[in-house]
Design a protein around this ligand. Structure first.
Ligand code: CTP
Ligand code: MG
Length: 258
């Protein structure tokens, strides 16, 4: 299946998405959990779920939400394709709890509510990569960007230890797509550390890599920024304004391929 395939391709793919939305948003601040923080009139989690469903390649979405948010999120995302589970103490645990609520899926896409504006093209590219069969088959596919900044490895005293070769490094985004059985096995193997914030994985590909799975990269998107600090919300507003000015649908990529 290629990214250009028709939108009804999802029916044959068995694609279910998880949206991790149970975090507190400490770095963003603002007195409301991050997934409920409004962006152009809708909460971040609403944008993230819409981005997945509007790709046409995702059949169902399971949102991992904080216990206090399930009711309000279910009202704002009133869609038979969207279900909710109560998340955990770490992102890894939230994803594992959502995964346990998925019975039938061939491909699972894991996405962050904190990346509300991911273009449909990225969703389709990660799913298409995992859908490949035969010698090129992989367990997972992740969107990445090249780094603009030089990166240093430093120690606890602030002394520079090393300058890694930037050309071999990538910044990683979500959504990340996986063969469902591979993702389940990887999470099961790492379950012992799922509740420990210092040991739990911050992305699912890390678990699949540690399990021994093959993970391939696809081109990410500047639009798929992660809302972490207040400045990122300003960037997200600017991306939406640019899309509106270009008269594009909310889920189209505003910039051409890099
Ligand atoms: N997340 C989750 N369950 C947790 C922690 C995080 O589902 N126990 C989700 C967040 O809701 C977010 C994504 O994982 O969509 C990425 O995490 P991050 O950006 O760190 O969000 P928060 O943990 O909410 O923010 P902070 O670390 O600043 O508190
Ligand atoms: Mg966090």
């Amino acid at each position: 299946v290629s990214p250009a395939a028709s939108s009804d391709a999802s029916g044959a793919l068995g694609v279910v998405a998880i949206v991790a939305a149970a975090g507190s948003g400490t770095r963003l601040g603002g007195g409301v959990r991050k997934a409920l923080r409004p962006l152009a009139g809708h909460p971040l989690v609403w944008h993230a779920v819409r981005s997945l469903l509007d790709s046409g390649w995702v059949e169902r979405v399971v949102v991992a939400a904080a216990a206090d948010d399930v009711t309000s999120m279910a009202e704002m995302l009133d869609d038979p394709r969207v279900n909710f589970v109560v998340g955990g103490t770490t992102r890894q645990q939230s994803v594992a709890l959502a995964l346990a609520a998925i019975d039938e899926a061939r491909i699972v896409v894991v996405h962050d509510a904190a990346r509300p504006l991911v273009p449909a093209r990225v969703v389709r590219d990660v799913v298409a990569a995992v859908n490949e069969q035969g010698a090129t088959a992989v367990d997972g596919a992740i969107p990445v960007l090249e780094l603009h900044d030089t990166v240093k490895r430093v120690d606890a005293d602030g002394l520079v230890q090393e300058t890694p070769d930037r050309s071999a490094l990538r910044a990683v985004q979500t959504p990340q797509a996986f063969r469902a059985d591979s993702l389940r096995a990887a999470h099961a193997r790492a379950a012992g550390t799922a509740e420990d914030e210092t040991l739990a994985a911050t992305d699912d590909a890390a678990l699949v890599e540690a399990w021994g799975g093959r993970v391939v990269i696809v081109e990410g998107s500047e639009d798929a920024i992660k809302v972490t600090r207040p400045f990122d919300l300003m960037v997200a507003e600017a991306i939406l304004a640019e899309r509106a000015a270009a008269h594009l649908g909310t889920n189209d990529e505003s910039n051409g391929p890099a």
